[in-house]
Design a protein around this ligand. Sequence first.
Ligand code: ATP
Ligand code: MG
Length: 758
Amino acid sequence: PAPRSARLLDDLNPSQRRAVEHAGSPLLVVAGAGSGKTRVLTRRIAHLLAERGVHPGEVMAITFTNKAAAEMKERVADLVGPRARSMWVSTFHSMCVRLMRREAKTLGMSSNFSIYDSDDTRRLITLVARDLDLDPKRYPARTLAIHISNLKNELVDAATAAERAGNDLERRVAEVYASYQRRLTESNSLDFDDLIMRTVELLQDHPDVAEHYHRRFRHVLVDEYQDTNHAQYTLVRELVGTGADGVPPGELCVVGDADQSIYAFRGATIRNIVEFERDYPQATTILLEQNYRSTQTILGAANAVISRNSGRRDKRLWSDLGDGEKIVGYVADNEHDEAQFVANEIDRLVDSGEANNGEIAVFYRTNNQSRVFEEIFIRLGLPYRVVGGVRFYERREVRDALAYLRALANPDDTVSLRRILNVPKRGIGDRAEACVATYAERERINFATALRHAVEGRVPLLNPRSRNAIAGFVELMDELGQAVERGDDVADVLEAVLERTAYRAELEASEDPQDHTRVENLNELVTVAREFTDLGTAVPVPDEDEGLPAEGSLAAFLERVSLVADADSVPDAESDGVVTLMTLHTAKGLEYPVVFCTGWEDGVFPHLRALGDPAELAEERRLAYVGITRAQRRLYLSRSLVRSAWGQPAANPASRFLDEIPADLVEWRRVEPRRSAPSAPTTWGRGSSSRPAPANTQWKDTPALKLDVGDRVNHDKYGLGRVVAVDGSGPRATATIDFGGSGTVRLMLIGGVPLVKL
Ligand code: ATP
Ligand code: MG
């Protein structure tokens, strides 16, 4: 058999091999979609372990989803054996939780802290804003939350935010931020952004701690680097450290594609990739240009769309998989027709043996677009799974049950405690809750402590009935807490919660059919917990590892459910055999033999919000690039003439991105019915009716095309032609153009006409 090193390298191209073997200076691999970036990262780890004598404990790799992390671990284990499992491969957030649990004491926290998601965050901010007497109409919690999150992504703390505040809103935000942060600390809780920010703080303020990790993690690798925000960027820097000469003591390898940066709204900045070389002067950059995923036709479309973005490094992706099938275009009458088309095509592909269900994915811009597909797929009995949408862990009853568990794991957790204080109803009304909260605020103690003071009669204005009810609640929680301390299985603790609180019994007794669904969801949660425990005891604890909550423990369970993300539930093609439905954002990093990209309409995709904003439009275009490049063999692009949005049917013009795809790559199965028609071949996705202006400004902004008699032109729909006459001037100018076989057409020469002068 070939020596190991050959096996690890022989199915890589020379540039990929160079990236795998590179040693020493920081390494940046920038390359277009499907060029093997993720493969390089995986191989590099395997190579480190197999050939360079690196211990798995010295490797930290960061992926964008938990699922991708699990896959990467598996792949490396396949290549070099099971010891690979003790590497740290995780998302930024999981990695930070792990670090923070180990180092909580250094930051004056307790290691059983809760993790607040966006819903918890909003609840806490609502409480804070109420205490500060802010008008919720003027300062909605959601808005405040976004501002605070943005500040944290930029590593700006509350004090700095207050100093920098230049207007009323910013001052309010800073005020809420400070108070919110204090409440988080009192609750022994961290929100998602804190996980990153506090870890950075830990490493920056505690050189001895940082030093420990620098020595430990000799190799830090990051996938999807284009989607890191400033805080994550800094975290990476702090993790690898900088030596006296500016050279990091460990090796850093990041891979990414600036054209696939689609998380600007979460503070991701392409800057991190564009300026890597400046930040790490000794860096080596490797470009990959061969795409191994898609046909040349699919790549041609992707390249054409993304090349319209300005300020990017042009890279020509190529593939030797051949042209393959043409892209199929379809113009539907409405969204139901579009879904029907997709379903019929899937049927046809599966019947003909061209693909099986698991190889097919349907993408859309926003989650709400999945509903129509689901209706039709259910009717036709087509097996499918929707990734994301209203998630299991967002359902009210599931959140209630988890709030009990969280309050048991971390008794200081204010948001969880207040959520369940009177759920199910136990006679602790809003007024009583407010009394306790006010008292806590005044005494500068947390809510949990204030509850105990209430039982002792120290909270003023609390009537005896409420006081008794609170005593009952505190007693109940203490009792349940003993089960946790005894180390009972998570599922048993959960059962005890549902039992002792009568939460489930109450739902079971209800007449409302929705409540029966809730009971099912709770039972499902018990099953999840049961599986978790079984798995936890079955898996041997890897290595000497530290910082992880004990496998199968309540803390580990809560950690897992807190960090679960949409993308983690993407089904595996081989094992599940169902069609996968998801948003374009969720599709990042994945690949499917057959892809349906739906809803290509201006106002849907690109999103309405982006139409008047060049930066947002550029981001939507990157999203189009991501979507197109997921397809391996077959790509479908569809749009709908009419779509119901917010209950109102609206006519949508074709997505401008469709215009950007060379017409000869697309075969239109159905086009827009003609209204007024010269006898031109409709190779393009619409009839001859002129394109509705997406936004009025658009027409004014693009300069009119200047043409003279005799000029040669190319029109997206009619093809090559020669100008035979020009009439009028300025915005009224028209040209009569002879398109040969397509006839002679008179066109207005305003911006937005898909016509170029050759
Ligand atoms: P994305 O930008 O979408 O994240 P990527 O650059 O990470 O893509 P990969 O997912 O690593 O690309 O690779 C795309 C596909 O090409 C995968 O199926 C991978 O196994 C395959 N591939 C990559 N390199 C090679 C190679 N040298 N030979 C054969 N197949 C390869
Ligand atoms: Mg990848």
